[in-house]
Design a binder for this molecule. Sequence first.
Ligand SMILES: C[S@@+](CC[C@H](N)C(=O)[O-])C[C@H]1O[C@@H](n2cnc3c(N)ncnc32)[C@H](O)[C@@H]1O
Length: 302
Amino acid sequence: MSTPADPRREVGGTYFVQNRDNLEELSRLHIQDRMLTASMGGVLPEQGDPARLRRVLDVGCGTGGWLVEAAKTYLDIERSVGIDVNRQMIAAAHQEAQAQQVSARVQFRLMDALQMLKFPSDSFDLVNQRLAMSWLRTWEWPKMLREEWRVTRPGGVIRLTEVAIVTESSSPAYLRLCTLILHALYRAGHYFNPTPDGLTSQLVPLLHQFGVENVQTRLHAVRYRAGTAEGQHFAEDMRLVSRTLAPYVRKWGQMPDDYQALCKQMLQEFEQPDFFAVLNVLTAWGTKSQPPTKTASGREQP
Ligand SMILES: C[S@@+](CC[C@H](N)C(=O)[O-])C[C@H]1O[C@@H](n2cnc3c(N)ncnc32)[C@H](O)[C@@H]1O
């Protein structure tokens, strides 16, 4: 067995799909975006007062579906910006904004979020980041959150959504694939622990560590079943995952000799009438504290 590469020596992109011109990954993200937003009950299901969120940043926006849907749902959003490091994603996101007639309020910009975010401080009411497990490594979280904190206005919201690796499913082949992906994610540095909740368990401590206040969470345990539209989207997403993530599993994890047979078996098990899988999606969010206000005498009031 070959020794996995050292993630700290990696150059270039950190995304778990390395082929930048991968149309399969583009269509997978499109499916996954709709599937996740629908199964969570919308773009901001847990935010009590979304009308106050007028300027929104989406970090690692992919095909832009989340931001476009947010602009369509919340007409109070005046300006929203999605950033992604991949040109193809940005082009697809532009197209989506135009098709949905929100391009006057929604912009997409090519930007590497691992560098400084190219926005002035206090620019946004909401900074959203979903599924950064695919590109953000454990030692990059502090810098990322510091930057997100900087561009959020005092009183604004930082919102993180990640999924745990699936452990509940009727499909043994799918569970085996999940274990292979988990090991690759951990060895590549995308997971803090080699456990299914190796990232979701860290979201709250990370937000606290960066001084985010009023931290709250909402867990969505989404059950996908055979014979439903959601179950079909899930199966298609996983079919594509098993293809697009194969090089990543080979590089960072342990690629079994029977990988192709495993994927085929998984697709067959998805077709069984009693098929189910439970996906745990965790959103953690909190607010950037307001600076202390000054009295007429120049004294700070908490
Ligand atoms: C799994 S997708 C999630 C897309 C979207 N957030 C969603 O939930 O539908 C992750 C996205 O992050 C982008 N990405 C990877 N590395 C990045 C970086 N350094 N800066 C900005 N975006 C990045 C990828 O190109 C990809 O579009």
